[in-house]
Design a protein around this ligand. Structure first.
Ligand code: UT7
Length: 316
């Protein structure tokens, strides 16, 4: 028995904020943002009545509908967010209630932008061990609510959005979970963090250059390690789907791995950094673009607050 990616659902806010739009309120410009990050625009949620739990639910519902199953068939929800509505309970519990998945487990993994590798790994291993058949992995972010809109070093980087991956048990050969490598360095907790909600200045804070340097080195190294653990090499990768934070990080990692550009998924230009939702949004678009076919090896690598980083491999 293996865990396969059965479907991917998304929720993308309608409102598009271009770089020029941000430049109206903060000292920045389109040229700087594009040349330093590759970001042209991001989606933002403008309606304060829409919560992180709502958009997580929309994405989860989309994934369930695409798979043609009902909420009662979901055995568990693993969610991730760095912009929760409440410090606790877990975002996963709110999504649980909205979906009406009675009997399913629900918990969050706190790894900010690094959410997807540990979350897919946990879900896949639970399915492989027979504990569950269908698990939703949901990343949902309203980053715009935790940003200091007067800090041009951070506010231009992030976007809002949600995405959900449905993992299901399957006996199909040549598809599903392959392996994961995970790592962390807690000594670097202060280069990317958000103070406890309710504390003074509860905004995301980041030492951009330190995060940038770490990301370039570690995303490539952890991808190599995941491949080696699985007895594979970089040439086996059909599509590399990295966390979408900055085009320069993505390109540097691609170069280090010696991956041709056409094997690297990029959509940071249109969404900015959507943190825990970024890899599944990219997966969704890659599939829509016809870049994912059954059996293809997909490598998903992410890094986030902790600092923690990882790479997980699936055959599509
Ligand atoms: O998901 C994981 C979390 N985040 C990341 O992965 C982000 C990692 N870091 C980065 O992507 C980059 O470090 C940034 C995009 C944040 C910054 O790029 P950089 O090339 O490292 O620029 P910098 O911080 O060294 O700043 C260069 C200059 C500075 O001016 P001075 O001191 O040279 O006069 C900044 O004040 O650019 C200035 N600057 C800006 N100018 C216009 C910084 N932000 C802006 C801005 N618009 N938005």
């Amino acid at each position: 028995m293996n865990a396969v990616i059965k479907s991917v659902g998304v929720y993308l806010p309608e409102f598009i904020a271009t770089n020029a739009e941000l430049a109206k309120t903060v000292d920045t410009n389109d040229e700087w943002i594009k040349s330093h990050t590759g970001i042209a625009e991001r989606r933002l949620i403008k309606d304060n009545n829409i919560l992180t739990a709502d958009i997580g639910y929309f994405a989860a519902k989309d994934a369930i509908e695409k798979a043609g199953i009902s909420p009662s068939q979901i055995d568990g929800i693993i969610a991730g967010t760095m912009s929760p509505d409440k410090q606790f309970p877990a975002l996963a519990c709110y999504i649980h209630a909205k979906l009406g998945c009675e009997g399913a487990f629900a918990f969050d993994i706190t790894a900010a932008c690094g959410f997807i590798p540990p979350a897919l790994n946990t879900a896949a291993l639970m399915i492989r061990s027979g504990q569950a058949k269908n698990i939703l992995v949901v990343g949902a972010e309203i980053c715009s609510r935790i940003l200091d809109w007067s800090d041009r070093n951070t506010c231009i980087l992030f976007g809002d959005g949600a995405a959900a991956v449905l993992l299901s048990a399957s006996e199909e050969n040549g598809r599903g979970f392959v392996g994961t490598a995970l790592a962390a360095n807690g000594n670097l907790a202060n280069i990317l963090y958000l103070n406890t909600l309710g504390a003074e200045a509860a905004f995301l804070r980041m030492e951009g250059t330190a995060v940038y340097k770490l990301a370039v080195v570690e995303l490539g190294a952890i991808t190599q390690r995941a491949l080696e653990n699985a007895g594979l090499s970089v040439s086996d990768i059909d599509l590399f789907v990295p966390h979408q934070a900055n085009i320069r990080i993505i390109q540097s990692v691609g170069k280090r791995l010696k991956l041709p550009a056409e094997k690297v998924m990029v959509n940071v230009d249109r969404y900015g950094n959507t943190s825990s939702a970024s890899i599944p949004i990219a997966l969704y678009e890659a599939e829509q673009q016809g870049r994912l076919k059954p059996g293809m090896l997909v490598a998903m690598a992410a890094i986030g607050g902790g600092m923690n980083w990882g790479c997980t491999l699936f055959r599509w």
